[in-house]
Design a binder for this molecule. Structure first.
Ligand code: NCD
Length: 326
């Protein structure tokens, strides 16, 4: 049976909780001297990254390797994609080699969804265009739960370049699935079209005014800053970097307005000095480095739950997780 992780919307609350619990049990491995378990021995995972990546690609690779899967990295440059091969032909070529999972990052929104229709192996979305990045949302939820406990009723504020952010889209879905309250903040030019209807349907708030949200009656438990994604911008979305930082950047002054327990997140890579200052990024309440470490455990959990199949892992906990994500 083929199972995929394409969208955060494919995961029920139970699925998310099972993944996070599995990730917690995987996390201990990071503290061991020998970081290797035989769980996925004999399975093959291909990481196919058509877009640049540091954290996501290396953490999927480490996750696979720590569980003894054979993990192979491919990128567009250096593969036949650079010779003009179509996504379909590339995907079917890889699938023909009896691989178990294809982890894909692609610049086209919907690419993973398409690939999942063409192949027999499991497909995991590692970021498709401006659409979704489900494992980032899972590692963010893991980090939030580690720091804040149950997310029911917690208030998470997501700030920045929403229009181009797949991290924002997956995070809103997963946070709502876990019962958190979400406010998203962006300049009007970086507020996605159609957000009014989406926020009404899914019950989250939107604002153009970060200071008003921070000073509001609803105490903030976490602020998630997003990168200004210049590589996806075809026009000028704000007057100047200085103007953006002044209105939407997280700095010491804004940090001081957060409740004592509130945490500061960023998926990375950061534009230091633009959406976040160095003192905010490196402060004791920043979880940015922790998010990276948690990314390995969450990706181990996802690979494990998708690949440690029904044969020799009959008794595996949460075996049915992601079943809805077919
Ligand atoms: C994000 C991505 O690629 O979508 N990074 C990540 O995976 N950690 C966010 C970004 O690039 O700004």
């Amino acid at each position: 049976m083929t199972r995929h992780l394409i969208s955060s919307a494919d995961l029920t609350r139970r699925d998310v909780e099972d993944i996070l619990e599995t990730a917690a049990s995987m996390h201990d491995l990071q503290r061991r001297e020998v970081k290797k378990v035989p769980t996925l021995r004999g399975r093959t995972v291909i990481n196919f990254f058509f877009e640049d990546s540091t954290r996501t690609r290396s953490s999927f690779e480490i996750a696979g390797k720590w569980m003894s899967a054979d993990t192979i990295n491919l990128s567009a440059k250096g593969s036949s994609t650079s010779k003009g091969e179509s996504l379909r032909d590339t995907a079917m070529t890889i699938d023909a080699m009896a691989v178990d999972a294809l982890v894909i990052r692609h610049n086209a929104s919907g690419a993973c969804h398409q690939v999942a229709k063409w192949v027999r192996c499991s497909v995991i979305n590692a970021g498709d265009g401006t659409h979704e990045h489900p494992t980032q949302a899972l590692l963010d939820a893991y980090t939030l739960r580690t720091r804040l406990g149950d997310l029911d009723g917690r208030h998470v504020v997501i700030v920045g370049d929403l229009t181009h952010s797949r991290v924002f889209r997956s995070n809103v879905i997963t946070l709502k699935t876990l019962g958190a309250r979400v406010t998203v903040v962006a300049p009007p030019t970086l507020m996605p079209s159609g957000i009014g209807a989406w926020s009404e349907a899914d019950g989250f708030a939107t604002s153009w005014d970060l200071d008003a949200v921070l000073a509001g009656d609803d105490p903030v438990d976490a602020v998630m800053m997003l990168r200004v994604q210049r590589e996806r911008m075809s026009a000028a979305y704000f007057p100047s970097a200085r103007e953006y930082s002044r209105r939407y950047g997280l700095d010491a002054r804004r940090m001081a307005r957060l409740p004592e327990h509130a945490i500061v997140m960023h998926p990375g890579p950061m534009n230091r000095g633009l959406e976040i200052t160095a003192d905010a990024a490196d402060s004791a309440r920043s979880t940015i480095v922790e998010q990276v470490a948690n990314g390995v455990s969450v990706r181990m959990a996802v690979l494990y739950l998708l690949l440690a199949g029904s044969d020799d892992h009959e008794e595996a906990p949460a075996r049915s997780v992601l079943e809805g994500a077919r």
